[in-house]
Design a protein around this ligand. Structure first.
Ligand code: ADP
Length: 506
C-alpha cells in the first residue's frame, strides 16, 4: 500500500524540525578550510534541494580550484608542521573517539538533515547511517595506537651485521571525494582511517548532499582537531572534484562513486602519480536456491534491492531464483514491494523516500523504459509515484535476458531484474558475467553449497542468508571494475600508509 501523496507544503511546515536543525538551515553554509569557515574565493554558492519536494533547502558555498589550492596548503601545513604531526597516536585516537561521541549527541539532528538532503527516511538514517558512522569512528580510534612495522631478517648478509625494520607512515595529504547515497557514512568511511593513520584531508561531499558533511565540520572543530587536519569543500565534480584528483600536492585520492568517474579520477591522478583507492559501482547477483528458507529469503531479496531506494553500490539488482521456486519468490518479492510505503523522509510512516535528484529520477526512469522496450515484463511498479518529488515505485522486471541493458548496467534505483536458473553448476558464470564485482548474495540451507559457490563468485563481499550487512571491522570493496582497495577493517589502513624500510649496519 502506498501512502497518499503528501500535500503541496514543504516538509518543514508538515513536520517539526529540531531546533538545532532549524538554526543550521538558516546559517550561511561556508567552506571549512584551515579550521575556519570561509566563503568560496569566487563568492559563488549553489542550492541543495529537498528531493521529496524539489524545494531549495539551503545555498552552499561552491568550492573551485582556488579553494582546493587553499585547502591543500592548509592540509600540507597541518601535516608537516602543525600539532597533528607531533601528536601521540593515543591522543589522535582520543580525538577520533570524541568525534564519535559528538555525532552520537547529534544523532537525531544529523538523521533529520540526512533525510532532508538525501530523501531517505529519517528512521532509516537513525538505525543505519548514524550508528554505522559512529561505530566506524570508534573502531578507527582503536587503530591509531596499533599501526606497527616489522623487523626484517636478512639472508645475504650475516645476521649480526644488519638490523632492519619497517615503519608505517601516514601517506600525507589526502583528497577524498564521496557520493550522495550515504552522505555522512561515506564521510566516516573515508575520514576514519585517514585520521587514524595521521593523514590530513581535503574532503569533497557530493553536490547533491553537502549538509551533513558541513555539520560534521562543526563537530570536528568542537572535538578539537588541529586546524587544517580536515578541510571540507562542497562543490561540483567537474570543478572541485577534478581539482582534487589532479592536484600536484595531494599524495593520495580516495574516491567512492560511479565506475565511469572512477576512470576519470585514475587519469587525473596520473598528474603526480598520487595513490588511488576506488569504491565503485556494482550489479550484484542475489541468488536464491529452492532449498532456502523462503520466509527469510523473500523479504531479504526485497530489502537487498529496495533498501535506500536501490541507491546502494552493492544493491542486489540481479535476482537469480532456482526455477522450481521462481514464480513463488517473484510473487513474494512483488508483494513485499507493494507493501513499501513511499513518502517524504520526515514522515515516520515512510519506508522509502524519493530518489536523490531530478537527474537520478530521469536516469532510473530511462532504464525502466529501456527494459520495457527491450521486451522485459514489469511485474510490479514501473512508474513515478505522486506528482512532485523524485519518487519511483519499487520495480520488478522478469522476462529479461543476459544481454539487456537493465541486466548489465548499474541503475542505482529501486529496480530489480528477476531471472530463473537451473542449478548450482550453471549459476557462478552467470553471476560473474558483468564488469562489476562488488557484492553477491546466496540464500540456501545447504551450507556446503553456499561455501562452494561463495568461493567461485568474483565479489568483494558475499552475503549468505543475509544481505547489506556491514561492520566497521569487515572489509568492503570490489573485484574487477568495482574498485581498487578496500574500505573498513584493517585492510583500509593500507590505503593511507607508506612503508619505510630502515636498514642499519652494526
Ligand atoms: P553519481 O553518478 O552517483 O552522482 P558520481 O560518480 O558522478 O556519482 O559522483 C560521486 C562523486 O564524484 C561526487 O562527489 C561528484 O561530485 C564527484 N565527481 C563527479 N565527477 C567528477 C570528476 N570529473 N572529477 C572528480 N570528481 C567527480
Amino acid at each position: 500500500m502506498l501512502t497518499e501523496t503528501f500535500s503541496e507544503k514543504s516538509q518543514s511546515t508538515l513536520y517539526t524540525l529540531l531546533p538545532k536543525v532549524q538554526n543550521f538551515l538558516k546559517m550561511p553554509k561556508k567552506l571549512f578550510i584551515g579550521g575556519k569557515w570561509v566563503d568560496a574565493v569566487s563568492g559563488k554558492t549553489f542550492p541543495t534541494y529537498d528531493p521529496a519536494t524539489g524545494e531549495i533547502l539551503a545555498h552552499v558555498a561552491e568550492a573551485d580550484k582556488e579553494d582546493v589550492d587553499k585547502a591543500v596548503k592548509a592540509a600540507r601545513e597541518a601535516f608537516e608542521k602543525g600539532p597533528w604531526a607531533k601528536m601521540t597516536p593515543s591522543d589522535r585516537g582520543k580525538l577520533i573517539w570524541k568525534l564519535a561521541d559528538l555525532i552520537e549527541e547529534n544523532l537525531e539532528e544529523l538523521a533529520q538533515i540526512e533525510s532532508l538532503d538525501n530523501g531517505k527516511p529519517m528512521a532509516v538514517a537513525k538505525v543505519a547511517d548514524l550508528p554505522l558512522s559512529i561505530d566506524l569512528f570508534r573502531y578507527m580510534a582503536g587503530w591509531a595506537t596499533k599501526i606497527e612495522g616489522n623487523t626484517i631478517p636478512f639472508s645475504l648478509a650475516k645476521p649480526e651485521t644488519f638490523v632492519s625494520y619497517t615503519i608505517r607512515e601516514p601517506i600525507g595529504v589526502v583528497g577524498q571525494i564521496i557520493p550522495w547515497n550515504f552522505p555522512l557514512l561515506m564521510a566516516a568511511w573515508k575520514l576514519g582511517p585517514a585520521l587514524a593513520t595521521g593523514c590530513t584531508i581535503v574532503l569533497k561531499p557530493a553536490e547533491q548532499t553537502p549538509l551533513s558533511a558541513l555539520w560534521l565540520g562543526e563537530l570536528i572543530q568542537q572535538a578539537g582537531f588541529p586546524d587544517g587536519v580536515v578541510n571540507i569543500l562542497p562543490g561540483f565534480g567537474e570543478t572541485a572534484g577534478a581539482a582534487i584528483a589532479s592536484h600536484m600536492d595531494i599524495d593520495k585520492v580516495a574516491f567512492t562513486g560511479s565506475t565511469e568517474v572512477g576512470k576519470i579520477i585514475v587519469k587525473a591522478a596520473a598528474s603526480n602519480l598520487k595513490k588511488v583507492s576506488l569504491e565503485l559501482g556494482g550489479k550484484s547477483p542475489n541468488i536464491v536456491f529452492s532449498d532456502a528458507d523462503l520466509s527469510t529469503a523473500i523479504p531479504g531479496a526485497a530489502s537487498a534491492i529496495f533498501f535506500n531506494h536501490g541507491q546502494c553500490c552493492c544493491a542486489g539488482s540481479r535476482l537469480y531464483v532456482e526455477k522450481k521456486v521462481f514464480d513463488k519468490v517473484v510473487e513474494g518479492v512483488s508483494e513485499e514491494a507493494k507493501k513499501i510505503r513511499l513518502g517524504p523522509g520526515l514522515d515516520p510512516a515512510t519506508q522509502m523516500g524519493p530518489l536523490v535528484s531530478q537527474e537520478q529520477f530521469d536516469r532510473v526512469s530511462s532504464y525502466i523504459r529501456s527494459g520495457i522496450s527491450e521486451g522485459g515484463r514489469v511485474i510490479t511498479g514501473g512508474n513515478r509515484y505522486g506528482e512532485r518529488g523524485y519518487f519511483i515505485q519499487p520495480t520488478i522486471f522478469s522476462g529479461v535476458h543476459s544481454d539487456m541493458k537493465i541486466v548489465n548496467e548499474e541503475i542505482f534505483g529501486p529496480v530489480v531484474c528477476a531471472m530463473p536458473f537451473e542449478g548450482v553448476d550453471e549459476i557462478a558464470p552467470v553471476a560473474n558475467q558483468t564488469i562489476y564485482g562488488l557484492a553477491a548474495g546466496i540464500w540456501t540451507n545447504d551450507i556446503s553449497k553456499a561455501h562452494r559457490l561463495a568461493s567461485k563468485l568474483k565479489a568483494g563481499t558475499v552475503w549468505i542468508n543475509c544481505y547489506n550487512v556491514f561492520d566497521a571491522a569487515l572489509p568492503f570493496g570490489g573485484y574487477k571494475q568495482s574498485g581498487w582497495g578496500r574500505e573498513m577493517g584493517h585492510a583500509v589502513l593500507e590505503n593511507y600508509l607508506e612503508t619505510k624500510s630502515v636498514c642499519i649496519q652494526i
